[in-house]
Design a protein around this ligand. Structure first.
Ligand SMILES: Nc1ncnc2c1ncn2[C@@H]1O[C@H](COP(=O)(O)OP(=O)(O)OP(=O)(O)O)[C@@H](O)[C@H]1O
Ligand SMILES: [Mg+2]
Length: 259
């Protein structure tokens, strides 16, 4: 007998935790220039969900993403990807986890200047010795609108195009988790909407896990959950956000940026 929807819901297993930070503190500098970028942050990222991180400039959003992806060294606490604790891993093992399980869209793109757009997109797969899924790569290239620019190097691309290459690179290998730091920050609203819709489909249709930093309530509205950071702490969160509810919350916290 077919299970009813109610049955399915009550028996659905709890979602797996894709990434976890436990009491993470990250500081930069010493003495008078010491900055506490993350102050005892604990957070769980559920598998197969789209999570947004919002907060004022300097609140620690990029640091949180870098710390969770094993790119920044943390002062104290633990960082986990699935059931692997990154903190304490040797550099080689850490590099392997980053290469095989994580995708990262850097706020500053971090493209390789001597490679073409297509070579940049396929680089993580090439390093890992994996064969690209051509149909998937084609879908990414068409969604990002990069097909006419594939043979160009980053310095021949606009900022928005470079950002799209960075997004395509993170998506190409279907990593377990994608950390995307303001992936649409340099795009106009149409291009931005297309990429966010694509990311949303990757989450909902293919079970992709994505954590995305954004300043835009309309971008956050594509996600399942928003974490609000201020002064290196998570000060609030919201599930099933809409652009209006996010904007209201930012105003309430006085987190709306001027300019
Ligand atoms: N490498 C570094 N050396 C020194 N200070 C740093 C470094 N990286 C970040 N910081 C400081 O840590 C704090 C958090 O920075 P972070 O880049 O995480 O902020 P953010 O929320 O991503 O801001 P934005 O919205 O401007 O990208 C800031 O005060 C920043 O100046
Ligand atoms: Mg940042």
């Amino acid at each position: 007998m077919a299970a009813t929807q109610a049955d399915t819901q009550t028996t659905a297993p709890a979602r797996q935790v894709a990434a976890r930070a436990v009491n993470v503190t990250t500081t930069f500098g010493r003495g008078e220039t010491r900055v506490v970028a993350l102050n005892d942050v604990s957070v769980e990222i559920e598998q197969g969900r789209f999570t947004a991180i919002m907060g004022p400039s300097g609140s620690g959003k990029s640091t949180l993403m870098h710390s969770m992806a094993g790119l920044d060294t943390i002062d104290s606490g633990e960082v986990w990807i699935g059931d692997v604790e990154l903190t304490g891993l040797k550099e080689k093992a850490l590099t392997q986890v980053r290469r095989d399980r994580l995708g990262f869209v850097f706020q500053s793109f971090n493209l390789i200047p001597t490679l073409t757009a297509l070579e940049n997109i396929l680089l993580p797969l090439a390093i890992a010795g994996r064969t690209p899924d051509q149909a998937w790569v084609d879908r990414i290239i068409d969604t990002t609108g990069l097909r006419p620019r594939l043979a160009h190097r980053p310095n021949e691309l606009s900022g928005g195009q470079q950002q799209r290459v960075a997004c395509a690179r993170a998506l190409a290998g279907r990593p377990e988790i994608i950390f995307a730091d303001e992936p649409t920050g340099n795009l106009d609203s149409k291009a931005s909407e297309e990429i966010l819709t694509f990311l949303g489909h990757a989450v909902r249709d293919d079970g992709q896990t994505i954590v995305m930093v954004t300043h835009e309530p309309s971008a956050a509205a594509h996600t399942d959950r928003v974490l609000f950071l201020a002064d290196g702490r998570i000060v609030d969160e919201m599930v099933d956000p809409t652009a209006e509810s996010v904007l209201d919350r930012l105003k309430a916290f006085d987190l709306v940026q001027v300019g």
